[in-house]
Design a protein around this ligand. Structure first.
Ligand code: 13P
Length: 250
């Protein structure tokens, strides 16, 4: 059985002051849950602060360079992340694809860089509303996932979490329905099965997009859902705590 993981994506939110109080409430709730693994992906600049001030919750960031240390102005390397005990890196979030022009190839390169450093890559895939309504859902998801599967060895893929994040559900308050989520997660697992059956049994596929306390129980209980990637609701300690409590027990 796959143990669930609940991951907060703080995006470009917060200040030193607000992150201080968020760390205090998260430290309390970390003691209350032994059901799921918990992680927060913070803005990189706050990584040292959060590392010192947040206990019992794993650390992650939202992006990383696809290159090793060197002349890459403005970039942050996986080696730098390791200095701060960072374990998770979100790769290929739809906001990075849409606003920063990241291509499937960039995302595959970053994923490889992350897993080769021994970190876990949370690779995001998801369709826009137009892609869904024009019948391209499966081909878009297959393309996004296949590039990563092709680039990595089976051993490297063991350090992968797949996050299904329909673009139209992100930040809109309108989550995908349980039926839509299970359908896509089953499809993604089938793609991995075609690649490697054992890997498909163990790989975590998590859902993100307006996940909140009121829908967490239904969505997290689905057969092929192994956790959640939470944006807005992860900025509120109480809401994030309530989502964690609804993770599936194994
Ligand atoms: P929301 O939970 O705010 O919809 O964001 C989801 C997301 O993009 C997490 O990566």
């Amino acid at each position: 059985m796959r143990r669930q993981i609940i991951i907060g994506n703080w995006k470009m939110n917060g200040s030193l002051l607000s992150i201080k109080s968020l760390c205090e409430s998260l430290t309390k709730l970390a003691h209350e849950s032994d059901v799921a693994d918990i992680a927060v992906c913070v803005p990189s600049i706050y990584l040292p602060y959060v590392q010192t001030n947040l206990k019992n919750i794993c650390l992650g960031v939202q992006n990383v360079s696809q290159y090793n240390n060197g002349a890459y102005t403005g970039e942050i390397s996986t080696t730098m992340l390791q200095d701060f005990n960072c374990r998770y890196v979100i790769v290929g979030h739809s906001e990075r694809r849409a606003f920063f022009g990241e291509t499937d190839e960039d995302i595959a390169n970053k994923t490889k860089q992350v897993v080769q450093a021994g970190l876990t890559a949370i690779v995001c895939v998801g369709e826009t509303l137009e892609e869904r309504t024009t019948g391209n859902l499966q081909s878009i998801l297959a393309r996004q996932l296949q590039v990563v599967l092709n680039k990595l060895s089976t051993k490297e893929l063991e350090k992968l979490i797949i996050a299904y994040e329909p673009v139209w559900a992100i930040g809109t308050g309108l989550a995908a329905t349980a039926h839509q989520v299970q359908d896509v997660h089953r499809y993604l697992r089938k793609i991995v099965t075609n690649f490697d059956e054992e890997l498909a049994k163990n790989i975590k596929i998590i859902y993100g997009g307006s996940l909140k306390p009121s829908n967490a129980s239904e969505l997290l209980s689905l057969e092929d859902v192994d956790g959640g990637l939470i944006g807005g609701a992860s900025l509120n300690g109480k809401d994030f705590g309530q989502i964690i409590k609804q993770a599936k027990k194994i």
